[in-house]
Design a protein around this ligand. Structure first.
Ligand code: C2E
Ligand code: CA
Ligand code: CA
Length: 406
């Protein structure tokens, strides 16, 4: 059966050439020229959507919102003859709405690019897949927590200048009996929504501290970074609780980095400021996570005693190719340094990302190019391999772990 293609394009000449091209590739195409027509023609069995963005018309953006609301699983191509920055903004918007974007094309659509993107649809390779396959329901999540099914994976961070292993980030996983090892996007939002985040954080943090203490016993002493949900910052007892867990394992708070996303600034900021300040006074290091995506202003950055800034991977991953992303990375690094912070780039996937962040004088790097998150038992072996390669003076090649989960 022919695959269904739905096109939103107000220029009929463009539409005709896209239709001709796609029909040769086995699509049955329908062209609409307004958002209303598009919404009327859409149904869940559409395989591919090609949207055109035009200046002074909002149809394309409305269609992206509509597809997001319908949880559309169709592949999406966005085209435009407007400013390329508008195209990349629409692209980010579509991904944020969990749409399966194959890519974007500046008009006029060269057949070669269109073929390349259609080829991806055929081979099932998406440019990026933010699509969440699984979402645990509240009761199921509670049962999993009670059954002790949380696991903690660890991803190394490396000093960009001397390539030394400096710290690990603890990343939660859930070993679901039927669905396999799940990443946080399958259950974290539910944990926050249903009040299970304190239990989850306790399980992850205690496990992470236990591993830090075990590794120290065999001569490996990275700093341990844990993610703290912004929701927990209104808990004024958090500093004492964390300190007690660290002390129970003879772990110095100075060896612990608490990663907090920027978004908390929108919420209960006085209690959060109180909690963060006391955590810092107790010796914990504070890191501002996903920097660039939240709401911080210069003044707020200055008020909170952060020692580390983590640049969001969406900028890092694009910086080598996209001048705007590069400008954001470059000026964030400069800003971080001026405020006396260590700057960490996350999401380093390729040699060119690594080269760029090292040229830009970033302090630490984290990403698949260095190592994927791994089970704790794998870390000593990974470190041996890493150090052995360093002896040769080269950046060790990224190695696949035994279990690829990230
Ligand atoms: P995050 O804190 O920004 O963590 C980095 C995420 O990027 C991790 O996803 C990691 O696996 C992934 N990552 C690392 N390097 C690369 C790379 O080179 N390319 C790509 N594409 N991804 C990379 P993960 O483990 O799925 O975690 C997602 C988010 O869930 C984390 O984002 C963090 O916000 C949250 N999270 C994870 N563990 C916990 C936890 O124990 N507590 C809380 N509150 N949040 C957690
Ligand atoms: Ca983090
Ligand atoms: Ca991040």
């Amino acid at each position: 059966m022919a695959r269904r293609l739905l096109i939103l394009e107000h220029e009929t000449v463009h539409a005709a050439s896209i239709v001709a091209h796609c029909e040769r590739r086995g699509y049955s195409a329908e062209v609409t020229t307004t958002f209303t027509g598009f919404a009327r023609s859409w149904s869940a069995d559409v395989d591919l959507v090609i949207l055109s963005l035009a200046l002074s018309r909002s149809d394309g953006v409305e269609a992206i919102r509509f597809l997001g609301q319908k949880a559309s699983e169709a592949r999406l191509i966005i085209t435009s003859d407007a400013d390329p920055r508008i195209l990349s903004a629409a692209h980010r918007l579509a991904r944020a709405r969990h749409l399966r974007v194959l890519g974007t094309i500046e008009k006029p659509c060269h057949e070669r690019y269109l073929s390349e993107l259609l080829g991806r649809a055929h081979t099932d390779v998406e440019e990026d897949s933010p699509f969440m396959e699984v979402q645990l329901a509240r009761d199921e999540l509670r049962r999993c927590l009670e059954a002790g099914l949380l696991r903690v994976y660890f991803q190394p961070k490396i000093d960009v200048r001397n390539l030394e292993f400096v710290s690990v980030e603890a990343l939660v996983r859930l070993d679901h009996p039927a669905r396999g090892l799940l990443r946080p996007d399958a259950f974290l939002a539910m944990a926050e929504e249903s009040g299970l985040i304190p239990e989850l954080t306790e399980a992850v943090t205690r496990d992470a501290f236990t591993w830090a203490s075990r590794w120290r016993g065999i001569g490996i002493a990275p700093k341990m970074a844990v993610n703290i949900s912004p929701l927990l910052l209104s808990d004024l007892a958090l500093p004492d609780t964390l300190l007690a867990w660290a002390k129970a394992l003879s772990l110095e708070p100075e060896m612990v980095i608490l990663e907090v996303t920027e978004t908390w600034l929108a919420d209960d900021s006085i209690a959060a400021l109180d909690t963060l300040t006391r955590l810092r006074l107790q010796g914990f290091q504070l890191s501002i996570d996903d920097f660039g995506t939240g709401y911080s202003t210069m003044a707020q950055l200055n008020e909170i005693p952060y020692g580390e800034m983590k640049l969001d991977q969406s900028f890092v991953r694009n910086a080598a190719r996209d001048p705007e992303a590069r400008a954001i990375v470059e000026s964030s690094i400069e800003l971080g340094h001026k405020l006396g912070m260590r700057v960490v780039a996350e999401g380093i996937e390729r040699q060119e990302d690594w080269d760029l962040i090292s040229d830009l004088n970033c302090d630490e790097g984290q990403g698949y190019f260095i190592a994927r998150p791994m089970a704790p038992e794998e870390l000593p072996g990974w470190l041996l391999h890493w150090n052995a390669c360093l002896g040769g003076g080269a950046l060790p090649p990224a190695r696949e772990p035994a279990v690829v989960v990230a």
